[in-house]
Design a protein around this ligand. Structure first.
Ligand SMILES: O=C(O)CCC(=O)C(=O)O
Ligand SMILES: [Fe+2]
Length: 343
């Protein structure tokens, strides 16, 4: 049965890393010690209530310097986060027969359980993770396609998706103000699609040779990631990898490639990857905010006018972007290069 491809189905039966999980030398983590990302901005959103301008400046600076930051006191209920990560763990740990109906190799299937990256059949090296992915907005439209088990999945994950959506829109509202765009610039066209992606990285026999996810930038607007208390996420800065330390009850916020384009390159999109560990399973929940599929993406005109600058990227459709991104195997900068205007 193909479901046996799931890393969690067979990883406890192997002592060494299978050859098709071994990354080439220039892409594997190796035994190098990766320093902690000590400068990772941690933004207290409670303080944004009394001093909004200061918080906006912090967010904007973090987006310009790194394309990644963490938020604390963000208003998403702690118990809800705990319940959600708990239910995600429960899901991945259910017997295979309870998950079989969701398993699919078809990237077009809206709610699916799969392993490695989106196209297992065509990739030469697999990454060490299992994934559950489904749309999560508008909730009523999608909730019936979500896993029926564990029995509380739809209820808990539904509440979580709504709260995380509100948080994303709040952060985007602050970015919007910081960029001096019109209020609610990030309206339904730019934020109408939301996807929830839960990752399970089982203990790996050789973390120096494998990756949980290879180097990429998220090809969306913004990502809100919960990584609980086990590290593994690394971010690239000035050609070096840094570990993004888990902070209790924090979310990691990533600027996506599309927001980099809309901001005409003012905001960075962080390149990141995930390394594995040999001791314990790591579970994370990523919420991606994406544009509607029918729109044209381009540097915000108001931003160009205000700053009297020329656009760095030409306008493109989401479909074109996704195709190009696939052709460049998820390499963010290479993808954006295609849409750059020579100048
Ligand atoms: O699991 C993580 O720490 C990061 C996940 C991620 O980068 C992604 O799903 O795009
Ligand atoms: Fe990512």
């Amino acid at each position: 049965m193909v479901m046996e491809n799931l890393v969690s189905s067979w990883c406890t039966t192997v002592k060494s890393l299978p050859q098709n999980y071994v990354f080439p030398e220039d892409a594997r983590p190796g035994n190098k010690i990766v320093p902690i990302f000590k400068n990772c901005p941690i933004i207290d959103l409670e303080k944004a209530v009394s001093d909004r301008n200061n918080a906006i400046q912090q967010i904007l600076q973090a987006c310009q310097d790194y394309g990644l930051f963490q938020v604390i006191n963000h208003g998403v209920c702690e118990d809800l986060i705990k319940d959600t990560i708990g239910i995600v763990k429960e899901f991945f740990n259910m017997p295979n027969e309870d998950k079989a109906s969701l398993y699919s190799l078809d990237p077009q299937k809206s709610c699916r359980l799969y392993t490695s990256s989106f196209d297992y059949a065509r990739e030469s090296i697999h990454v060490w993770r299992d994934v559950l992915k489904h749309p999560s907005h508008p909730l009523e439209e999608w909730v019936d396609s979500w896993p029926p088990k564990p029995s509380k999945y739809r209820d808990v994950v539904g509440k979580y998706s709504v709260e995380v959506r509100n948080l994303s829109l709040r952060i985007l509202g602050m970015i919007c103000e910081g960029l001096e765009l019109k209020p609610r610039y990030f309206g339904d066209e730019l934020t109408g699609v939301q996807t929830l992606l839960s990752n399970h990285y089982p203990p790996c026999p050789d973390p120096s040779l494998a990756l949980g996810i290879s180097k990429h930038s998220d090809p969306y607007i913004i990502t809100i990631l919960y990584q609980e208390n086990i590290g593994g996420l690394q971010v690239m800065k000035d050609g070096q990898w840094f570990g993004v330390e888990p902070v209790a009850n924090a979310f990691v916020v990533n600027i996506g490639l599309l927001l980099k384009v809309i901001s005409n390159g003012k905001l960075e999109s962080a390149e990141h990857r995930v390394v594995t560990n040999s001791k314990e399973s790591r579970y994370t929940i990523a919420s991606f905010i994406n544009t509607r599929s029918d729109i044209v993406i381009e540097p915000a005109k108001a931003l160009l006018e205000k700053n009297d600058c020329r656009p760095l990227y030409r306008a493109f459709s989401l479909k074109d972007f996704q195709q190009t991104h696939k052709e460049h195997r998820g390499e963010g900068e290479a993808t954006l290069e295609v849409f750059k205007i020579e100048g």
